[in-house]
Design a protein around this ligand. Structure first.
Ligand code: AMP
Ligand code: ZN
Length: 455
């Protein structure tokens, strides 16, 4: 807390000093996955940026409360309130119920996070568990005069919120006029808060509401869950740049109008992971999953290292060659590290100060990695301790002596158990403990986290 932290705030388009609402605490919300298919490595770039951000705050001795939502109710296939419901489409294709689909891909998402050594969020709320709260928030907006009814739906009236578009300087309105085909809208950037349109009668996930049976629009869940779990006002909201123009503008409109003030202070957006000129996307079909990378012999942490090398506000050019060199780099760091003296347990203060300045400067991780390489090459007597200290932010498990001696499958089970406990899923947590025991490890829970030890 002694050191200044600068973050690029999309709201304002500049680096700003981070000042928390509550001293020593960061409350952060991240738009999580829509769970109708596997998560691709583009999404994981976003998840890793969140994790680096969180670790930077932890490094600065902040308490971090982090919420990642799970969208288990369908989005439509386009950014406008048009098209087919993605969850329904997947459910039909796989002949399962939307909730079965959602549960399967949610577990797969958690598995991936564990393998990438991502610190579990404080909570992973599911949109379908907050329908009553979403209805309440829409009622509140209605009462305050921000809505109108047309064609059976409830719309947010953006004309009533003059600040609408402040995140992206309204650059998106043109895009909207191309996609906003809904004739019920007064303005093309208006959006649906609650659907009851007869067109969607076949929709499998529907709920009763004061406006008739239907389902929520796809922005209200984030406004509702962030408010419910973090309070009216909180510090940071993250997401990929694709979410700025529609989803996040709409979230700002809903949240700020409901509470009558600014809900979020800092908006942090990561650029895309791209292959050639193409953004990796779920709907494009040609996406890569973590499982694909593993099949090709990569460790998930190789991908983690690759993500450290490009600043989060720049596009990350993904290629197999880049991942191969990341793998070699990680291997070399480990090799070199194993040759360093380990007796001196105190990190070098000057190097750590430099490191902190870099990470606190809008998460300058590429430079921080360069610093790690420098410290490694110099190989001073406290280099080992210094590098392990830096690894608290990199999260590459470089303290492999103990960490890597534990088999990958046990580490994954342990991470899954941590998530299960966060979710208060005690049954799952007990099952995982037994599995870990069966592999010959006992669990050591402590206030600083959980580890395992060979029995
Ligand atoms: P989705 O499940 O597509 O809604 O995406 C979940 C999160 O991943 C959102 O914050 C997206 O902005 C982000 N995301 C999606 N595709 C990419 C990509 N190719 N590169 C980086 N982030 C992405
Ligand atoms: Zn969201």
């Amino acid at each position: 807390m002694s050191e200044k932290i600068q973050l690029f705030n999309t709201l304002g388009k500049e680096k700003q000093e981070f000042i928390p609402l509550n001293k020593g605490q960061v409350r952060m919300y991240s738009c999580g996955p829509t769970v109708y298919s596997y998560i691709h490595i583009g999404n994981h770039r976003h998840n890793l940026v969140d994790d680096f951000l969180k670790r930077m705050f932890l490094f600065n001795k902040y308490e971090v409360i982090h919420i990642i939502n799970i969208t288990d109710v369908g989005h439509l296939t386009s950014d406008a309130d048009e098209g087919e419901d993605k969850m329904e489409k997947a459910a039909r294709k796989e002949q399962k119920s939307p909730l079965e689909i959602a549960e399967y891909y949610t577990q797969s998402f958690f598995d991936d996070l564990a393998q990438l050594n991502i610190i579990p969020a404080t909570q992973y709320p599911r949109a379908t568990a907050y329908i009553a709260e979403q209805i309440e928030m829409i009622k509140e907006l209605e009462k305050k005069g921000y809505t109108y009814h047309a064609g059976g739906n409830v719309y947010f009236d953006t004309e009533k919120f003059p600040e609408y578009g402040s995140l992206t300087n309204k650059q998106h309105t043109e895009a909207y006029s191309r996609t906003g085909k809904d004739p019920n809208k007064k303005n093309s950037q208006d959006f649906v808060l609650w659907f009851t349109k007869s067109k969607y009668e076949h929709h499998a996930q529907v709920w009763d509401s004061p406006w008739g049976t239907g389902y929520p629009g796809w922005h209200i869940e984030c406004s509702t869950m962030s408010r419910k779990l973090l309070g009216d006002q909180f510090d940071i909201h993250t997401g990929g740049v694709d979410l700025q123009p529609v989803h996040h503008e709409n979230e700002i409109a809903q949240s700020n109008c409901a509470i009558g003030k600014r809900a979020v202070n800092y908006w942090v957006h990561n650029e895309f992971l791209v292959v050639g000129k193409e953004k990796m996307a779920k709907s494009s079909g040609g996406f890569l999953t973590l499982a694909n990378l593993k099949k090709e012999g990569f460790d998930p942490l190789d991908f983690r290292y690759l993500c450290l090398l490009t600043h989060y506000r720049k596009q990350l050019q993904y290629s197999t060659e880049a991942l191969v060199s990341a793998r070699n780099a990680v291997k070399n760091i480990r090799k070199r590290l194993s040759t360093l003296p380990k007796e001196n347990k105190t990190a070098d203060a000057a190097s750590i100060a430099k490191f902190r300045t870099l990470i606190n400067d809008d998460l300058n991780l590429p430079q921080a990695v360069a610093l790690l390489q420098e410290v490694l090459q110099e190989g001073s007597e406290n280099a080992y301790a210094t590098i392990l200290e830096m690894d608290k932010v990199f999260g590459l498990c470089l303290d492999k002596e103990e960490q890597l001696a534990i088999p990958q499958e046990v580490r994954e089970l342990l991470n899954k158990r941590t998530i299960a406990r966060k979710e208060k899923n005690w049954k799952e947590s007990d099952t995982l403990r037994d599995l870990i025991l069966a592999k010959g490890y006992k669990i050591l829970d402590s206030s600083t986290g959980t580890t395992v030890e060979k029995i």
